[in-house]
Design a protein around this ligand. Structure first.
Ligand code: GLA
Length: 724
């Protein structure tokens, strides 16, 4: 490791394929933020203070934004840390800086010391060259000899340019995750935080900042996400030089940041990126980063197998004979992995009892799960099983034996949610118990998949000693995931939390799929999945074809629309396939086959997304070449509302070569007729449906746009464009 001790003003520069980050390194201070954005060739042409005269009635020494702004010593904005020692040492300013390069221009540790408050902060930054993703994390060491109480420690502090205009964040709730919220930045502080003890449905730990003129596929945008499955907070603050600072980190409950002498507090990772290719370019960067993190059994992703999940088909009513019939019906339509959801374990017949008692229910499976698993395997499908390890029902054998294992606060009533409490899994005996129960099942049956659920927010989160346990709970969950993965490396895990309450890059170190939402109404899913795809790639997006009508909304959609919306994700089926009408079963089977034919195209490339203000939402999947354009594109166009126009607007396709021709064919599942509506016939669309398709100019399609059919609401139009 190359260590540079600073004695002159220098610069620190990280470079990726398309972006640069520049910090100025003045002597005796923390590094000053100079730049993060599209690639610049050189550092900064001059020291910052040399170019900004002091304003009137201000401090006599300029305090610009640093990599680690402190509190109380000249910086008035949000600080990267807030800490004190029993009321003293409440102010921090770093006066020593050591830069330790791990890899030139790519990866660096900046070690900052404040000898007065006896703290040492290490900020780790690394820039991934191909994906343009910047990863930051911080460690704060108490080098004093008394306890340091840390109230806030940012994982990282980022600089945003003056042209930052709006912030797109995601609110939501159970059954509607990734609800887009757009706020205009102003001369104030924008803040989002979550104290629910999990990633949450309500407040996704991340956001996208757009600049003036940026769009879905063009212009400068910035994004950041905290790779963490617990409490979190982020702020974007206007600064007096018209720029903004963006901080993100774990929200610490009182006492969670108490650091004994010599102890260190480590933050989760902040994953950030910027792109001049608009929201879709930014999404591609995050997708690339996540793809490099996913830890697949066998080292690489297999084609994503089609699921059937028993939940909405049977709920708790999972009696073996009917489950076997369902498996048979599932195999007949092409399902490849059969997942037995809730209801299979001891005493679990409703949601009021049994969580914690993780062995097969004697009334349903007196001989255990073996017979069912063998039936599923004999049909050529893998078997998967639902668990909710971190939870306990007061009505369970486990609770009757160990009531003290639930997170609780002395003197306060227990607060149930969905009739359940949360186990203190940071207690070794609790995680040992859970590991033992899960391991016992995985060891005797060829179970290849776990759906790992977490169906409530944390309350009364007191550990055994009465201290707050939010942070400990997340670390203990990660440790349990890791232990199961280590002992059963062939098993894939899905992260579910009442749908999408635990979707983040942290949990995705151990998991391979997420249950995007409990809402599988295709209309709702268009929006939910659009938000999801801003940060996460389609191959991990659990997307199921549900029944008509949808259980969570009461709306009814055609099989074609339900399947077309689920198609780009990791496809599944969640309905009682035994009772499908013959025509519906045949249609579902055809869609599943189409998914199998297309999944290779869908699950590794670039995703562009957009909307036309006529109820049309689209996404395109393709590979980008060095020129930033694509040769083979699968385009999915969803009409969510009836048109407002007599003639449907065309769709420009910004990912196509202008100097090439494309053959375009409509993708229709074999043997089915898409219900696009009565008015859509025109020779152009008939030609798209022919074996040869149509040859069209890329420049024309890119700028003038692709004609879209005159379709009814809640229909999809899918075409493949191949460069000739
Ligand atoms: C949560 C999940 C559902 C299902 C139920 C089972 O709500 O999101 O998919 O697994 O739990 O209780």
């Amino acid at each position: 490791m190359l260590v540079t001790t600073l004695n002159t003003t220098e610069y620190l520069m990280l470079q990726s394929q398309n972006t640069s980050l520049v910090l100025e390194l003045p002597v005796g201070e923390a590094p000053i933020w100079r730049y993060w954005g599209p690639k610049v060739r050189d550092k900064a042409p001059h020291a910052l203070r040399a170019s900004r005269p002091l304003p009137s009635f201000m401090l006599d020494f300029d305090h610009p934004l640093t990599l680690a702004p402190g509190f109380g010593v000249g910086w008035f904005g949000q600080s990267a840390l807030l800490a004190h020692r029993n009321g003293q040492s409440f102010a921090q300013a770093f006066t020593q800086c050591v830069v330790q390069w791990e890899q030139p221009e790519r990866s660096v540790r900046v070690v900052l010391t404040d000898p007065v408050s006896a703290i040492e902060l290490t900020v780790h930054m690394s820039m991934d060259y191909p994906s343009d993703v910047l990863t930051m994390k911080s460690s704060l060491r108490n080098v004093g000899d008394t306890v340091l109480d840390v109230q806030w420690l940012a994982a990282g502090t980022l600089l945003l340019p003056a042209q930052a205009q709006s912030v797109r964040s995601y609110a939501g709730q159970h059954n509607h995750e990734f609800l887009l919220q757009t706020d205009k930045l102003s001369r104030s502080l924008w803040r989002r935080e979550s104290r629910r003890g999990r990633t949450s449905h309500d407040c996704f730990p991340g956001a996208v900042v757009t600049t003036d003129g940026s769009t879905e596929c063009a212009g400068l945008v910035y994004g950041a996400h905290l790779a963490w499955s617990g409490n979190h907070q982020q702020t974007i603050e206007w600064l007096h030089d018209a720029q903004y600072q963006w901080q993100m980190g774990e929200w610490l409950a009182p006492g969670e940041g108490l650091l004994a002498a010599g102890a260190t507090l480590n933050t989760p990772e902040l994953v950030a990126s910027c792109s001049t290719q608009g929201l879709s370019g930014l999404a591609a960067n995050f997708h690339a980063e996540l793809r490099s993190r996913l830890n697949w059994p066998g080292g690489q992703m297999r084609p994503r197998p089609v699921h059937l999940n028993t939940w909405e088909g049977f709920y708790f009513d999972v009696y073996p004979e009917k489950v076997k019939e369902l498996a048979t019906a599932a195999a007949a339509v092409g399902v490849e992995r059969f997942v037995l959801d809730d209801g299979w374990f001891h005493g679990r017949h409703h949601d009021r009892a049994a969580l914690g008692d993780w062995w097969p229910d004697e009334s349903k499976f007196p001989q255990g799960l073996g017979d069912l698993v063998a039936h599923v395997n004999a049909l050529g499908m893998e078997f998967g099983l639902w668990f909710e390890p971190e939870m306990i029902n007061p009505d369970s054998d486990l609770y009757r034996e160990h009531p003290d294992w639930a997170l609780q606060l002395a003197g306060r009533p227990l607060i149930t949610a969905r009739n359940q409490l949360v186990l203190d899994i940071s207690r070794p005996e609790v995680s040992e118990y859970l590991f033992g129960k899960i391991d016992a099942l995985l060891s005797v049956q060829p179970i290849r998949y776990i759906k790992w659920d977490h169906n409530r927010d944390l309350t009364t989160t007191g550990l055994h000693d009465g201290t707050a346990g939010y942070r400990a709970q997340v670390h203990a969950a990660y440790a349990l995931f890791a232990r199961i993965r280590a002992v059963h490396p062939e098993v894939e895990i899905e992260s579910c939390s009442g749908g999408g309450g635990r979707i983040d890059f942290g949990v995705l170190r151990y998991t391979h799929r997420v249950w995007t939402s409990d809402c599988i109404d295709a209309m709702s899913r268009v929006d939910i999945q659009r938000g999801f795809l801003q940060f996460f790639p389609p191959e991990i997006m659990g997307a199921h074809v549900g029944s008509a009508c949808a259980h969570t909304t009461g709306r009814t959609q055609s099989m074609a629309f339900r399947a077309a919306v689920a198609l780009p994700g990791h496809l599944g089926v969640e309905l009682d396939a035994r009772i499908l009408r013959e025509a519906d079963a045949a249609e579902l089977k055809a869609w599943i086959q189409m998914y199998k034919d297309l999944r290779e195209r869908l699950h590794h490339g670039h995703v562009w997304q957009g909307a036309i203000d006529d109820g049309i939402v689209w996404q395109a999947h393709g590979d980008l070449d060095d020129a930033g354009v694509a040769s083979d594109v699968l385009l999915l166009v969803y009409r969510t509302q009836p048109t407002n126009h007599r003639y449907t607007p065309r769709l420009p396709l910004p990912m196509l070569y202008t100097q090439a021709e494309y053959r375009i064919r409509q993708c229709v599942p074999a043997g089915t007729v898409l219900p696009t509506g009565a008015h859509n016939t025109a020779p152009f669309f008939d030609a798209l449906n022919s074996a040869e398709g149509l040859l069209l100019d890329g420049g024309w399609l890119r700028h003038a746009g692709l004609p879209l059919p005159r379709a009814q609401a809640e229909t999809a139009f899918i075409v493949r464009l191949t460069r000739v």
